[in-house]
Design a protein around this ligand. Structure first.
Ligand SMILES: [Zn+2]
Length: 363
């Protein structure tokens, strides 16, 4: 199985960009992609704008469904192609598309009351917001602060409005595409709860204000929100992104009885397989409705069978801070990456979502 480079996400990208900056400090860059001529580079901008406009329209005509129709699938693949330009995050049409998608989600979040079931919005990377009648839960919320791609991240004012809509933030682990200190700080300053593994921002002032639930398999722990007006029951599974990174996998009982779990960047590989001790048994202890899972993890089918959810929603597609061979696309690249997407889709309902889309789930 190919070893994932997610751990070193962005390092190569940042180095590449630093190299570009060093060489361009003497000479002003005329193109976004230094390997292209001005006219070639301008073509790439025009093509991105044209395709993204088409993608935007098609996403409205073909919203997320349990069974993805071919027209929507092709739209997702077209988005993969636009975002697998090495410099996608630097291009204005991509930035505009991303911001517009998030703005649409925000307007919807600000104007949506959920009477039954659970409504889920996908934001950037594996950032999700889930709302029931009584509570709004955020997972791995980040602005898309991609290194050096100035203008890509969601503006702070937008993120502030998103945070206002949420009651709690669950952070899976310490990597920048999952955990952003300004976002956590803003939750805390508004009297909202932030849950993270002990490793996140260890040694920093913010650490003592973060809720560190026990990393313990199968045990429900109480989590009081909204000044004690709402209580969640949370099983905080002690996951890892390989041996060096603690990765919380919370399985949450909403007050309405719908359960939702988020995998963060859960992965075990090679000799480090400890987490299968709990993963394989989750379904014996808890009934899971929705599983938000990182699309690039290996043994995804085994993980899914362990949790046995009614619906799987993958995340982490096209994280632009990764080098582009490691921005796992909607089409999966599964043979090269050694994934089991096809089998997963044959075994479970898998719902593919794009930045800013929402889906309403009822039991
Ligand atoms: Zn990640």
């Amino acid at each position: 199985m190919k070893k994932f480079v997610c751990l070193i996400w962005s390092i190569a990208f940042a180095m590449n960009v630093m190299g570009q900056n060093a060489s361009t400090s003497q000479k002003k860059p005329t193109t976004i992609d230094p390997s292209l001529t001005k006219v070639e580079d301008e073509f790439m901008n025009r093509q991105s704008a044209y395709f993204l406009d088409l993608i935007e329209k098609n996403l409205h005509t073909h919203p997320p469904l349990m069974e993805t129709p071919e027209a929507r699938m092709l739209t997702l693949y077209m988005l993969d192609a636009v975002l697998h330009d090495k410099y996608a995050a630097y291009r204005e049409p991509v930035q505009k598309f991303f911001h517009h998608r998030i703005d649409q989600a925000l307007t919807e979040i600000e104007n949506t009351k959920v009477d039954s079931g659970i409504k889920i919005w996908k934001l950037y990377n594996i950032g999700f917001i889930a709302r029931t009648k009584s509570v709004t839960i955020a997972f791995d919320l980040v602005t898309g602060n991609t290194p050096e791609a100035i203008g890509f991240a969601i503006p702070d004012a937008t993120m502030e409005r998103i945070i206002k809509q949420c009651d709690v933030l669950f952070i899976s682990h310490r990597h920048r595409d999952h955990a952003q200190i300004e976002v956590a700080q803003s939750f805390l300053d508004k009297g909202k709860v932030v849950v993270a593994p002990p490793q996140v921002w260890e040694g920093q002032e913010i650490h003592s204000r973060i809720t560190h639930l026990k990393r313990e398999s199968h045990t429900k722990q109480k989590l009081a929100l909204k000044g004690g007006k709402v209580n969640l029951e949370v099983v905080n599974y002690p996951g890892h992104q390989m041996s060096s990174h603690e990765n919380n996998v919370p399985l949450i009982y909403t007050p309405e009885g719908i359960t939702i779990a988020h995998s963060g960047d859960q992965i075990n590989e090679g000799k480090f397989m400890v987490d299968y001790d709990w993963i394989d048994d989750v379904h014996k202890h808890h009934q899971l409705d929705i599983f938000l899972v990182n699309n690039w993890t290996n043994d995804i089918l085994r993980i899914a069978k362990g949790l046995n959810p009614k619906l799987i929603i993958p995340g982490h597609e096209n994280e632009l801070g990764h080098t582009f061979d490691d921005r796992v696309p909607y089409w999966g690249d599964e043979k090269y990456l050694g994934l089991e997407y096809t089998q997963l889709k044959q075994t479970y309902p898998v719902l593919l979502m794009v930045w800013g889309e929402s889906f309403h789930y009822s039991k």
